[in-house]
Design a protein around this ligand. Structure first.
Ligand SMILES: Nc1ncnc2c1ncn2[C@@H]1O[C@H](COP(=O)(O)OP(=O)(O)OP(=O)(O)O)[C@@H](O)[C@H]1O
Length: 232
């Protein structure tokens, strides 16, 4: 394994949906390479296929054709459980509806990926405590999601995405539905984690400010990605 190996690599990725007799070709031979520590924004109009792409990258859905490589492995050739393990080990997810488990505390939610990965309970709890402190929630460890604010829940979701030290975090509008100040705090936090740990990001966003703080902006149009970074 070389150090310049991409963390994510897609080739010829295609996905369509059928609606009655109609066929919607959402992704059409799409290509994407995300390097180690690279921050990539994905933008596109509503319905252009951003969620479809994110689901394929995360292995939550299968392409009609083409491949998704995570680190040095082709997701298509893995069995279901091996793929789940690989994903758990190398990818983190921050989706809009953060899917925190309502009956568990912030600490338990964040420790969950490590426990699923069969790490010892004491180690998982310690690591979850440390990561929650990093996102400024050391005083909210025992709160359940319903006892947290929207911004706090989003920070718990980020802590959970980062707890296993993934190579890459896939994010869908990580600052959506947050007030500007909380959004800025969360963005700063993500950028500092990228700087300190070298975690790569793939961020789907409608927010030009978020996109502008990534290394590259790719626009999803006609089922493919085009670089629209356009910096001076
Ligand atoms: N399960 C499905 N069955 C049929 N069509 C679908 C299905 N899921 C998505 N689509 C269609 O595929 C297209 C892409 O959807 P997708 O959710 O990926 O878009 P998006 O870019 O994430 O949109 P938004 O910004 O509005 O969230 C849309 O036209 C949508 O209607």
């Amino acid at each position: 394994m070389t150090t310049d190996q991409p963390v994510l690599l897609c080739q010829d990725l295609s996905r369509h949906y059928s609606q009655g007799s109609a066929r919607i070709d959402v992704l059409n031979k799409l290509a994407l390479t995300v390097g180690r520590g690279e921050r990539v924004a994905i933008v596109g109009t509503s319905g252009s296929g951003k969620t479809t792409l994110l689901n394929l990258l995360g292995g939550l859905d299968d392409p009609d054709a083409g491949s998704v490589w995570v680190m040095d492995k082709d997701m298509a050739v893995m069995g279901e459980s091996e793929r789940a393990r690989w994903r758990n080990q190398h990818l983190g997810f921050v989706y809009q509806f953060h899917h925190l488990l309502g009956e568990f505390s912030a600490l338990e939610n964040v420790a969950m990926p490590l426990l699923i990965g069969k790490r010892p309970v004491a180690e998982a709890r310690q690591r979850a405590t440390d990561v929650l402190a990093k996102v400024g929630l050391e005083h909210r460890l025992q709160h359940k999601p319903s006892e947290l604010s929207g911004g706090e829940r989003q920070r718990v979701a980020i802590a959970r995405a980062l707890v296993a030290n993934p190579a890459c975090v896939l994010m869908d509008e990580p600052t959506g539905n947050l007030d500007p100040q909380t959004a800025e705090t969360i963005l700063q936090l993500l950028l500092s984690l990228n700087r300190d740990i070298g975690t790569s990001f793939v961020v789907v966003t409608h927010d030009p400010d978020v996109a502008g703080r990534m290394d590259r902006t790719l626009s999803l149009t006609g089922g493919r990605l085009t670089d629209v970074t356009g910096r001076e």
